[in-house]
Design a binder for this molecule. Structure first.
Ligand SMILES: Cc1ncc(C[n+]2csc(CCOP(=O)(O)OP(=O)(O)O)c2C)c(N)n1
Ligand code: SF4
Length: 387
């Protein structure tokens, strides 16, 4: 679908979004790989103002986008990703999209699905096929992950004249992920045979790896924060977010990449003391640096901890731009050299870390503490490769 999306994008000169839902993003399976295409030759846009989205130009581009809607719709009608299955039992018609289609079909492993099914994986909705299923069937059940986008759209397509069931009328839960059991209950009103989750995929709550440096950094921070109570530590997304869970309960926020620093700054501006920001090394170079510049310029009274494990741990250990650069980046942004302090998060250094965190909290200005120790997983992989 990614190949196809790029082709559509080139053909119509529009961005095409590939929409992934939670379970798909967190699944593994074999995939069929197409031969790679050669990269397009470098070519500047013919329309020199294509990417100059000043209001007057943007208004024209929007007209072009609207003019293309009919073409997009006819692409959807003939798309290989939108298919119509002619089931015999017309009491229900099913519109299923993405992974919800798999959940549906898991219920019909042994026998074909008795109902007509329109599988939608390309948008806008294929209008003719939607009209076909809605005119053929007494009611429609809409199966879609996430927000009930199709269900809401159908009200516009078909008006309220048709019996449409899905997340909006409670046939399916309004939030949360779907699964084959919920789908079966939506169709039959009951779960005849509960599908159980095989042991091998049983839930495993996330936790730090043994020996992770984040553990030692949080132990030190927790000891200091006992004196101040909850609500002072604004954090970010990465392995260190696991510090939100017991037994640590060290952090009080995780909103989006970089938000720790700007939220801590806002909290400090509003009078919170101490205000502590906790961010990973990769997240810092991705989108934390601008917030730090702001804090430097306004000499905000806060402590920033950059958890440097020399990698992007949470997403599988990709290289981090921050490696060997954190101190010079902070200096470059204007943090006072005396208040950029590296510590090694190890049990034996606990007292020293506690002392430094206390000392920097008592400094009236912006301090950066950098607990630095390599992620256990990348270290293991490197050691193995060296052997
Ligand atoms: C905008 C955005 N892009 C990508 C991600 C995926 N993501 C989750 S955590 C993370 C970075 C984690 O690396 P780091 O900050 O170094 O912390 P670590 O996991 O190594 O402790 C990324 C890229 C995201 N959450 N948001
Ligand atoms: S992957 Fe690395 S950073 Fe993440 S918990 Fe494990 S040791 Fe810590």
């Amino acid at each position: 679908m990614a190949f196809y999306a790029f082709e559509m994008s080139e053909k119509y000169q529009v961005p095409v979004l590939l929409r992934l839902t939670t379970r798909l993003s967190h699944s593994r399976s074999g995939v069929e790989v197409k031969p790679l295409k050669n990269e397009n030759e470098l070519k500047l846009p013919e329309d020199k103002r294509q990417f100059v989205l000043l209001p007057a130009i943007a208004r024209k581009r929007y007209k072009m986008l609207l003019a293309n809607q009919e073409k997009f719709e006819s692409e959807s009608e003939t798309s290989p990703f939108n298919t119509y299955y002619e089931g015999k039992d017309k009491s229900i018609g099913i519109i299923a999209c993405g992974i919800a289609y798999n959940y549906l079909m898991e219920n019909y492993n042994d026998s074909p699905c008795p109902y007509p099914v329109l599988k939608v994986s390309q948008y806008p909705l294929p209008r003719k096929q939607v009209e076909k299923i809605s005119s053929e069937c007494k009611q429609l059940v809409i199966l879609e992950e996430g927000a009930p986008m199709i269900e809401e759209m159908l009200k516009g397509y078909l008006g309220n004249c048709l019996n449409i069931r899905g997340r909006l009328d409670g046939t399916l839960p309004r939030d949360g992920e779907l699964n084959p059991n919920l789908v079966l209950r939506a169709l039959t009103g009951k779960i005849t045979e509960m599908k159980t989750v095989p042991q091998i995929v049983a839930a495993r709550p996330p936790k730090f790896c043994n020996g992770c440096g984040h553990i030692d950094a949080y132990n030190a921070l927790n000891e200091v924060m006992k004196e101040y109570g909850d609500g002072h530590v604004l954090a970010d997304i990465g392995c260190y977010t696991l510090g939100a869970l017991p037994p640590f309960n060290s952090i009080n926020s995780c909103v989006d990449m970089g938000a720790s620093i700007t939220m801590a700054k806002g909290a400090a501006d509003a009078g919170l003391f101490p205000a502590i920001a906790v961010i990973g090394d990769s997240t810092f170079t991705h989108s934390g640096m601008t917030g730090l510049l702001d804090a430097v310029i306004e000499n905000t009274n806060m402590v920033l901890m950059i958890m440097d494990n020399s990698t992007t741990g949470m997403t599988g250990g990709q290289d981090s731009h921050a490696v060997d650069r954190l101190v010079s980046i902070c200096e470059g942004l204007g943090v006072n050299k005396d208040h950029i302090i590296r510590v090694i998060p190890l049990k034996k250094n606990h007292e020293e870390m506690v002392r430094i965190i206390r000392q920097e909290i008592s400094y009236n200005g912006i301090s950066v503490i950098i607990p630095t120790r390599e992620c256990m997983q990348t270290l293991k992989r490197k050691t193995k490769a060296n052997k």
